[in-house]
Design a protein around this ligand. Structure first.
Ligand SMILES: [Zn+2]
Length: 64
């Protein structure tokens, strides 16, 4: 198995690059490294981010 995974943009068929983006979720914002298409700017959100980080944020809010 290869360690480095290359992702291609569905639209542009170009290799997506690592990019740090900041998300704003409700009143929280956080930064995360994601794959981003250098052409159209579309970001690829891994499931672990959507299912992990987002629910973490929700959990924090609920506990407050
Ligand atoms: Zn693209």
């Amino acid at each position: 198995m290869e360690e480095k995974q290359t992702l291609l943009c569905n639209k542009c068929k170009v290799e997506m690059e690592d990019s740090e983006v900041s998300f704003a979720y409700l009143n929280h914002s956080f930064r995360h490294k994601v794959k981003r298409c250098p052409k159209c700017g579309q970001v690829y959100l891994p499931e672990e981010l959507v299912n992990g980080r987002m629910s973490e944020v929700e959990t924090v809010l609920e506990e407050k």
